[in-house]
Ligand binder design. Structure first.
Ligand code: F6P
Length: 542
């Protein structure tokens, strides 16, 4: 039986532990006192290595957090997820994206899943054949949210594995500038449009799909069957839209967890069957780890518990993700939906208002770009923001022969890694006022008192970070990484006692938009608040 975290015995014990040593915990001192800390707080799973030692915790913290997980029956909730219980209780649905990446016989709905996967992969292969034969140059994927971020992020990350010569475009925004930027690059008879929408009712996607179809016909396209496909759990609506190739999936796949389903079609087209299967296998390996590893070694569990420790005890309101790999530049956006749509909830499973905080704000940017923008705040700002660094040891530039350019880029990769490690080191280490005072600062104003200047130039340090170490960014590793984040979000949601699998919070804005849309034509402001009414007048150019 799962118990809400604040009703467990572990919760007050954690509060007491926080008062006694958590609040003042200094990671630098912990390293000084314990030479084995880095090794003991580094964990491996499914080809990933994660160093959690630069965080504000110790074994005593971990023991209490693991007790919390036990009191909340996180592992029982995990088993219910894998079993296919209707844990998304507000929608009466199972949550079985794990079944999509499981081999035959390892998960519910195995036969259905394998048949759908085979059908999708065969189609992807036929599209690749058309591209190889020179009949297809562009694939335009139209979808939004979970029907965009997953495939867009993964396709970008795995671009060195993509079929050369076939361009992939992702159009998501209802803002016509998105589609307008893509269409001029296309030839109707050389383009495949994929319309991706679980519900096939999403305003943005349908608007873009209608516009794409109109453009296709106006540009001389004739064979819509050959040039449009859809991925949806609402096959009837996709067929009614006039699409013949419709690849279906099930209501037990949440939108933000749908990358592993037929929503992954553009990724499968780009990287081909073998790589797509490796991607699924990497995620499955992480699922097995989550299902089987002992709690004290279980990476999704440890990460989820660390999130709870930081959010509910330290009171940290956000977490920054810094992937030191250009291919992962969309990963923070992907994680925003994954984490904030899942755990941005304020009532428990019974609908009672929560007395504690849930999802942090998740944000970030690829390194090293972020360093030259917001890292100032991470190092010296008033808020402590735990940072997650993702480093990839081996670069992969796709086809690039040995030679001078390759050597230069390899050298740049060393610089990239050095930057990544240095940022984590700087956050931890800091710089005292005394240290700053002994240094020369060429650009400093000599008229300022030296002590004041030293304070401007000092760093508090003891700022927590986690380092994810990937040998390479290949399909299996990316699959494992995404699954790790998914399950970690599951863990914090399970501790908080919320439903991580619905998203009612997106509905009100959609409904109000539908009401405002005709008012943009009519100018009717009856019943609107004064600010919205004035904005409506402005939008009408009135
Ligand atoms: O508006 C939120 C949302 O429902 C997401 O959960 C989902 O991923 C996205 O919209 C797209 O929905 P669909 O795939 O049904 O078009």
């Amino acid at each position: 039986m799962s118990v809400r975290c604040d009703r467990t015995a572990a919760w007050p014990a954690l509060h007491a532990h926080f008062q006694a040593e958590g609040a003042a915990f200094d990671v630098r001192q912990a390293f000084g006192a314990d030479p084995g800390r880095a090794a003991r707080f580094t964990f491996e799973a499914a080809g990933l290595r994660v160093d959690l030692s630069k965080n504000r915790w110790n074994e005593a913290t971990l023991a209490r957090l693991l007790q919390l997980a036990e009191d909340c029956d996180v592992m029982g909730q995990r088993d219910a997820q894998f079993r296919g219980d209707a844990i998304n209780h507000t929608e009466g649905r199972a949550v079985l994206h794990t079944a999509l990446r499981a081999p035959v016989g390892r998960a519910p709905f195995g036969d259905e899943v394998q048949a759908a996967l085979a059908e999708m992969l065969a189609y992807a292969e036929s599209v690749r054949e058309r591209a190889r034969a020179g009949h297809l140059t562009d694939v335009v994927h139209i979808g939004i949210g979970g029907s965009d971020l997953g495939p867009a992020t993964a396709a970008q990350a795995l671009s060195p594995y993509a079929l050369p010569g076939l361009r992939l475009h992702f159009v998501s925004n209802v803002d016509g500038h998105d589609l307008a930027a893509v269409l001029p690059q296309l030839r109707a008879d050389r383009t495949l449009f994929i319309v991706a929408s679980k519900t096939f009712t999403t305003q943005e996607t349908l608007a873009n799909a209608e516009a794409a179809k109109a453009w296709f016909l106006a540009a001389g396209g004739t064979d819509t069957a050959a040039h449009f496909a859809a991925t949806s759990s609402n096959r009837a609506a996709a067929a009614a839209f006039g699409i013949r190739h419709v690849f279906g999936f099930w209501d037990w796949v949440g939108g933000r967890y749908s990358l592993w389903s037929v929503i992954g079609l553009p990724l499968a087209i780009a990287i081909g069957e073998a790589h797509f299967r490796a991607f699924l296998a990497g995620a499955h390996a992480m699922d097995r780890h989550f299902a089987e590893a002992p709690p004290a070694q279980n990476l999704p569990l440890l990460l989820g518990l660390l999130d709870v420790w930081y959010r509910n005890f330290h009171g940290f309101g956000s977490r920054s993700v810094a992937p030191y790999h250009q291919g992962l530049r969309r990963f923070p956006a992907y994680l925003q939906q994954l984490e904030m749509e899942s755990n941005g909830k304020r009532v428990d499973r019974d609908g009672a208002t929560l007395p504690y905080a849930t999802s942090p704000v998740v944000w970030g940017e690829a390194g090293t770009n972020g360093q030259h923008a917001y890292f100032q705040m991470l190092h010296q700002g008033t808020d402590v923001v735990p940072v997650e660094f993702i480093a990839v040891r081996e670069p992969c530039y796709g086809f690039l022969p040995e030679g001078a350019l390759k050597s230069r880029l390899d050298d740049q990769h060393r610089k990239l890694l050095a930057n990544c490690l240095a940022q984590a080191q700087a956050l931890l280490q800091g710089k005292t006022v005394e240290e700053a005072a002994t240094e020369k600062a060429p650009t400093a104003n000599p008229a300022l008192p030296p002590e004041a200047l030293a304070r401007h130039r000092s760093f508090p340090g003891n700022r927590p970070s986690t380092l994810f170490m990937l040998e390479r960014l290949d399909p299996a590793t990316l699959g494992a990484l995404i699954a790790l984040y998914e399950q970690r979000v599951f863990v914090s949601g399970a501790v908080w006692g919320i439903n991580s699998f619905d998203q009612w919070g997106v509905e009100l804005g959609k409904a109000l938009c539908n009401q405002l849309l005709p008012r943009l034509d009519s100018g009717d402001t009856e019943g609107l608040d004064a600010s919205t009414a004035a904005a409506l007048h402005w939008a009408r150019g009135a």
